[in-house]
Ligand binder design. Structure first.
Ligand code: GLP
Length: 263
């Protein structure tokens, strides 16, 4: 795992945008795995800014989102499809027919199978962007999810329902079920980029990076991935024990890159 600690949430967005732009390099097709939640919103804002500045194009990109609430129509304002249209797709040159979000109204078992097949038909995911839940979940893989799980129906924990209920109006019942890529699906991505900002995420980040590999902390499965980048601000990193080492590794990488640059 590569752990990058930055000074602020804006820096997280900036470095994450660099990674996404690298994956979207001109002249190549790219399959992006995308996430919802408040954390990647700054990243999407930065990508839109770079797109408008002519620095990046999504013309050859295909995307697959991690998850969707069961029972929400794509045009429900709190559906993850509506979120993605609003926060990214409507503002860049991605072909809408190549953006994929699970269908929350379809039969979940059929939809899960269809989604896995679509990812595979697209050649697999090149770069998967992830947030992390306060209980360590990724996508909607709640604690005790199988580390080998594939896209499927998941029952949300009361704490996740509570955390996400802030997005729903008074009198609206927040969804209790979701279709989510599995942990095994996520681990199949060629590169994984997990973003976390703020002190509320510090325990989950510590458990994911420095705790044991455990189904109780779904994000700890990234310890098993050979190209996982954990990109955090100081607050989210505040409970990590090996901060000095992570910073040393990044300094060394910069020093080596500078040496190579100067021949
Ligand atoms: C939801 C999403 C996750 C996301 C998490 C954290 O549960 N399914 O993909 O990582 O929320 O969201 P936030 O970034 O708002 O803390």
């Amino acid at each position: 795992m590569r752990v990058i600690i930055t000074e602020s949430a804006d820096h997280v967005a900036h470095i994450a945008a660099d990674c996404v732009c690298e994956a979207l390099a001109p002249g190549q097709d790219c399959v992006l795995g995308l996430a919802t939640g408040s954390t990647p919103v700054r990243l999407y804002g930065e990508l839109i800014r770079r797109h408008h500045a002519g620095a990046v194009s999504f013309a050859r990109a295909t995307s697959f989102n991690l998850d969707e609430y069961v029972g929400l129509a794509p045009d429900h304002p709190q559906s993850y499809r509506a979120f993605m249209n609003r926060e990214l797709f409507d503002h860049v040159d991605i072909d809408p027919s190549r953006t994929h979000v699970p269908d929350g109204l379809a039969d979940p078992a059929d939809e899960a199978q269809r989604y896995e097949q679509a990812i595979s038909d697209a050649g697999g995911i090149d770069l998967q962007v992830l947030g992390i839940g306060r209980n360590g979940h990724i996508g909607f893989n709640e604690p005790t999810s199988s580390l080998a799980s594939r896209t499927r129906l998941k029952t949300l924990t009361p704490s996740t329902i509570e955390a996400n209920s802030r997005f729903f109006g008074p009198g609206e019942t927040p969804p209790r079920l979701a279709i989510t890529m599995g942990i095994g699906t996520i681990l199949d991505a060629r590169r994984v980029l997990l973003l976390a900002t703020g002190r509320a995420k510090a325990p989950a980040v510590r458990n994911a990076v420095e705790g044991p590999l455990s189904a109780m902390v779904p994000a700890s499965a990234l310890q098993w991935h050979n190209d996982a980048v954990i990109l955090v601000d100081r607050d989210a990193a505040s409970l990590l024990q090996q901060v000095e080492y992570y910073e040393h590794v990044e300094n060394e990488a910069r020093r080596l890159a500078a040496e190579q640059c100067h021949g």
